[in-house]
Design a protein around this ligand. Structure first.
Ligand SMILES: [Fe+2]
Length: 389
């Protein structure tokens, strides 16, 4: 059977994109009959002017709220459990996540546990959630994670120090309010890391075994947008139009990866980021060029299309030549946005590397990687991340 006839589903939330979209949060929560909303955010957001305006609009709509800001970067299982306990104790009926991937993922986890009970780690894996949670509205403040449009929630297992993935339609938010204003104050290095995360989402979704004609359109759009606008987004004089284009790129990448899933970059990054508590986008950036080199031969036509999408001339060139040019272009972009080529921390001991390899190989993202990787290949990749080639 022609592979384009294979069944594929496509799930996305309601999305409002554009200037001042975030100001619609209170109005929409009112539509959801919210009486008391838990706002899940982080301390960096709480001091912002626009955040105070959102609080004012909730009050104006007669919606009570509580702020849960105890969310670290790479959110931990115990933070989600505390959030769920407070959500129930305070009689909240809805969630508003304002922030990057960490508060949004934490809000998703609070939604799962407050409705289904048990421990958040009970829901690791694909489709393990029974009941849908309360209404969830997201306002992303970074252009990269796309947790606001995805069916993924990533949580760190604090005992094993590994980031684990929950994948379910039940964690797709009800509404994403995608507004460039919160991005204007985003730290430049965070902009670089989250932008490279978005590019990784798009590339992995495009070469995924579960890609479809629908996700392909979004993935290629995202690759083009992020490749063009990320170098501008990491400059001090970036414009609101640039950040809007980055948000669009991130959103398209989110539509693609949420439905086509990801690959080995994310599988390896989840273990790496969990063990070393490194920013997710930084882990992906360091891994991306290496995994393109490893995966290329398993999907050469797809990688050629990615190369063409970012302006690389491919006609008449061998696969090997295109691969080298693509790896070089991705590496140059990483350099331009200021992310190092290797992990600057010391190499973990053998046992830690062994557990990182095992968990990368069993990560749900590995299932859709275009090439099956062996234990030795993953181990070698990890070891080489800690030193310059
Ligand atoms: Fe990611």
């Amino acid at each position: 059977m022609n592979s384009s006839l294979e069944q594929r589903k496509f799930v996305v939330p309601e999305v409002i994109v554009g200037y001042d979209a975030m100001k619609l949060a209170a109005q929409y929560l009112k539509h959801f009959s919210a009486k008391k909303t838990m706002i899940v955010t982080d301390k960096g957001v709480v001091g912002q002017n626009w955040f105070t305006q959102i609080l004012g609009s909730l009050t104006a709509q007669g919606i009570d709220y509580m702020i849960f800001e105890d969310v670290s970067s790479n959110p931990k299982d115990y933070e989600a459990m505390l959030g769920a306990e407070l959500f129930l104790a305070e009689d909240c009926d809805s969630l508003l996540a304002v922030g990057g991937g960490s508060p949004m993922d934490c809000a998703k986890c609070i939604s799962i546990v407050s409705t289904n009970g048990g421990h958040i780690l009970d829901y690791i894996g694909v489709d393990e959630i029974r009941l849908p949670g309360p209404p969830l509205v997201c306002i992303p403040t970074t252009a990269g994670t796309s947790a606001d449009v995805s069916q993924f929630a990533i949580i760190t297992d604090s005992h094993e120090h590994i980031k684990k993935a929950i994948i379910s339609k039940k964690v797709v938010p009800d509404l994403a309010l995608i507004d460039p204003i919160p991005l204007m104050t985003m730290d430049l290095y965070l902009t670089a890391c989250t932008g490279m995360d978005a590019l990784t989402h798009a590339i992995e979704a495009y070469v995924s075994n579960a890609s479809s004609s629908i996700t392909d359109i979004h993935a290629l759009n995202a690759i083009k947008l992020v490749y063009e606008f990320l170098p501008l987004a990491v400059k001090e004089d970036r414009t609101i139009e640039t950040m809007h284009q980055m948000l669009l790129g991130s959103m398209h990448a989110g539509f693609a990866f949420s439905n086509a899933s990801l690959g080995a970059v994310h599988a390896l990054a989840h273990s790496l980021g969990g063990v070393l508590d490194l920013p997710h986008g930084e882990c992906n950036s360091i891994l991306l060029q290496r995994l393109i080199a490893v995966n290329f031969d398993a999907a050469p036509l797809r990688y050629r299309r990615i190369a063409e999408t970012i302006g690389i001339q491919t006609s008449g060139l061998s696969d090997e030549h295109v691969k080298l040019n693509l790896v070089e272009a991705i590496s140059n972009l990483r350099e331009i946005v200021g992310i190092p080529e290797a992990v600057t921390m010391p190499l973990p001991n053998k046992d830690t590397i062994a557990s990182m390899v095992t968990s990368a190989l069993t990560d749900p993202c590995m299932v859709t990687n275009p090439k099956e990787l062996s234990y030795d290949e993953v181990e070698e990749l990890y070891v080489h991340l800690f030193q310059k080639r």
